[in-house]
Design a protein around this ligand. Structure first.
Ligand code: CTP
Length: 400
């Protein structure tokens, strides 16, 4: 695979030379890009000798008259590159990535590169713990990048704490994991439902639920990053649409059902992350209800269960449902798996699921298998769910 190894300006920069060798030994092509600061710690010649390639250091190489090609070199490399790994990623470099600066070659390349990114931070423990750094790391994590957390131990500055560049084997492992996910949904169409539905009671009032849509949007983003065409059918949420998704906005459960049925034939994988309202007011008055001292009783009717309906007509499609529960999580999720004829149910606790950026989920598969995905950002969980979907599809096909 064509990798770019970005080297940031920290004392751990010397370890990047070993990392370059480890990646070469695994058969990857490694192009090294160094920041200005990195060159204060290690000389480009070290990497050039190891990789057999010129190291890229500047957007506009000094000395010679800038050639036309140098103005677009970061774009050319972004197209050729299949994975970007940055080690050590300093506090400054993380901040520049998080905020989208393009002030030197490596940061410009980062912005131009749409593929998988692995970041291995290394810095002083206080710099790592600083809320600014933690906020930048969180932004990058939410963007879907793999962060190889630094390790605890004595640091070059004399302090003891978190900040040491992770063991090289962990960085290599993360590169291999990110590489495996790369474009493995190319040619596929994934239909994702997300967010709450909103059921009107009159022209101004409605009932709804606390779903933020974050899990469904994270799934859409992850599927897009892996090369899928994504149809995202979304209830009302306050999230920017993932670039590239075919967004269908709906309000009510009935509209969501219609949108899913309209687009179902296009999709091979259907993920129902939406928190669909279970009840609605069948006849919504045309006029706003006036306030009065009298009690207001509402008779609500059940909404159609979209997931159960798709379960009956899904054919070869992989159908993934969600179960948010306050009690008997696993038993209830398994009941839904069978009752709605799903291939997989993602089970999470109501307290964990709604609104937060992180989540902890368990997968129940129709094969009887249970997989604990652990606690992670919704974006990372989205990738782990897609990993499990692809593995499940392989095993179901093999069993046929
Ligand atoms: N779902 C659906 N249509 C509905 C209700 C739910 O498609 N009218 C889907 C959700 O998108 C989710 C799954 O069903 O994937 C589980 O939703 P949940 O509300 O947890 O389950 P319910 O079927 O409503 O069961 P219960 O109220 O018994 O928990």
């Amino acid at each position: 695979m064509n990798l770019v190894l970005g080297v940031g300006g920290g004392i751990a920069a010397y370890k990047a030379a070993e990392l370059a060798r480890a990646l070469l030994e695994r058969g990857h092509n490694v192009q090294v890009v160094m920041t200005r600061a990195a060159r204060q710690f290690v000389r480009p010649l070290t990497f050039a000798a190891l990789t057999g390639r010129e190291v890229i250091t500047d957007l506009f190489p000094r000395g010679s008259q800038p050639a036309l090609a140098s103005a677009t070199e970061h774009i050319r490399l972004a197209q050729e590159c299949e994975l970007l790994v940055v080690a050590p990623a300093t506090a400054d470099l993380l901040a520049r990535f998080a905020h989208g600066l393009a002030d030197e070659f490596l940061t410009a390349l980062y912005l131009a590169f749409p593929g998988p990114v692995v970041l291995a931070p290394a810095m002083n423990a206080n710099m790592w713990r600083h809320p600014a750094t933690q906020a930048n790391v969180e932004t990058l994590r939410q963007r879907g990048h793999l962060i190889v957390e630094p390790e605890e131990g004595p640091l070059a500055c004399g302090m003891v704490g978190p900040g040491r560049l992770a063991e090289l084997s962990r960085i290599v492992q993360a590169v291999e994991a990110a590489a495996a996910r790369r474009r493995d949904l190319e040619g596929e169409c994934v239909l994702v439902t997300a967010g709450p539905t909103l059921e009107p009671l009159d022209p101004v009032r409605f009932i709804s639920n606390r779903s933020s849509g974050k899990m469904g949007y994270a799934l859409a983003e992850a599927a897009l990053a892996r090369g899928a065409r994504v149809i995202l059918i979304s209830g009302p949420v306050h999230l920017p649409p993932p670039p590239g998704a075919e967004l269908v906005r709906v309000e009510t459960a009935a509209e969501m059902r219609q949108a899913v049925l309209d687009r179902l034939s296009e999709a091979g994988i259907v993920i129902k992350a939406a928190a669909v309202a279970d009840y609605h007011l069948a006849d919504v008055p045309r006029q706003k209800r006036k306030k009065s001292a009298a009690r207001w009783s509402l008779e609500l009717d059940p909404t159609p269960d979209i997931l159960a309906e798709i379960g009956q007509i899904k054919g070869d499609r992989i159908l993934v449902g969600f179960a948010a529960e306050t009690e008997n999580l696993i038993a209830e999720a398994r009941r839904k798996l069978l009752a709605k004829n799903c291939d997989m149910v993602v089970a999470n606790r109501v307290e964990e699921a709604f609104g937060a950026d992180d989540n902890e989920v368990t997968l129940l598969l129709r094969t009887g298998e249970t997989i604990e995905l652990g606690r992670a950002s919704k974006r990372e969980l989205a990738d782990r769910i897609l990993d499990a979907v692809l593995r499940l599809r392989l095993s179901l096909h093999a069993a046929r």
